[in-house]
Design a binder for this molecule. Structure first.
Ligand code: BJW
Ligand code: ZN
Length: 251
């Protein structure tokens, strides 16, 4: 795909030192991991209020656990795609690249990105609801919610459900990156879930260029300086290609 890069956009790309990527489920769609909302979103069929909150888990732990085991299987079988890999490659092209992701699938880390803030947790981890002991997802392969070996409490996935606070260090790290970056790429997110969706707004308020990459317009499009409509696995490698051309011409 050939993108239409304006002079203004190229000037920003050339001058940027610090960039950040604020990512959502759309970046992993090309790895075969379904998104939440939209045409093929999982919440067209399943209700988030029955699966993605603490009360639902305590009401029916086995059902919620089984749902996360099913999702883990998809994530374990998935591989980072061209979009994740392009973001990791950007580390060779800018002095600082930060990824702030809403995704729980660990694919940015697996793609090789070195500075990743996970706002909504990581599906590969679990913890005891009573004593907070952490466990890896490799510790169980059965479909019933397990109990803690230390205290007998229920084990839950380390993801952030509705009504729960985001991990403070991850959110603060994301906010700081947003306040310092020159360009904020907003990739594959509907940008409707708060407080995560405040992060690109912080970048905007701090003077960063906002560049959206999505297959369709979103809540954020009005705030964005550029929206590249297309799959992130196509658009992001094009941006890397352009940057490499610009770098070559500098010498
Ligand atoms: C492509 C593509 C391709 C497709 N290429 N693009 C106002 C202010 C603050 C809070 C609130 C508020 N109003 C309401 C709230 C509460 C609530 C909230 O935001 N609700 C809104 C939905 C209305 N927020 C919370 O509850 C949060 N906590 C909180 O507020 O704590 C404070 C508090 C504490 C105590 C009491 C009261 C308040 C927590 C939110 C946790 C969200 N958790 C989830 C589930 C994680 C676990 C799991 O995975 O099961 O996180 S919800 C779900 O949505 C998941 C995602 O990370 C998150 C965002 O979704 P995302 O990534 O944007 O995906 P989609 O599907 O929406 O969009 C995909 C996009 O990709 C689309 O745009 C496609 O077009 C695009 N796409 N293919 C490029 N190939
Ligand atoms: Zn315990």
């Amino acid at each position: 795909m050939a993108l239409d890069f304006t002079e203004h956009f190229i000037k920003h790309l050339k001058n940027a030192d610090r960039i950040m990527f604020f990512t959502g489920a759309g970046i992993s769609a090309e790895s075969g991991i379904p998104t939440f909302r939209g045409k093929d979103g999982i919440w067209n069929k399943l209700k988030p209020e029955e699966l993605a909150n603490f009360e639902a888990f305590m009401r029916n732990p086995d059902m919620v656990w089984e749902w996360y085991q099913y999702r883990r299987k998809i994530v374990n079988d998935a591989k980072p795609n061209k979009g994740h890999l392009a973001i990791a490659e950007m580390e060779n092209l800018f002095s600082e690249v930060t990824v702030v992701t809403q995704n729980v699938d660990n694919l940015h880390n697996r793609a090789g990105s070195s500075k990743v803030y996970e706002l909504h947790g990581n599906i590969e981890r679990n913890y005891c609801v009573d004593c907070k002991t952490f466990y890896s997802d490799k510790d169980w392969d059965y479909n019933k919610a397990p109990h803690c070996v230390n205290c007998g409490g229920l084990i839950r996935p380390d993801v952030v459900w509705f009504g729960e606070f985001l991990p403070e260090d991850q959110f603060m790290g994301g906010e700081k990156a947003a306040s310092l970056c020159d360009i904020c790429f907003v990739v594959g997110t509907s940008a409707v879930v708060y407080p995560a969706a405040y992060i690109p707004l912080t970048a905007k308020q701090s003077g960063a260029l906002i560049v959206e990459v999505n297959i369709e317009h979103t809540e954020l499009s009005r705030q964005a300086d550029y929206t590249f409509l297309g799959q992130s696995g196509d658009v992001l490698p094009e941006i890397v290609k352009k940057l490499k051309e610009l770098k070559k011409n500098d010498f």
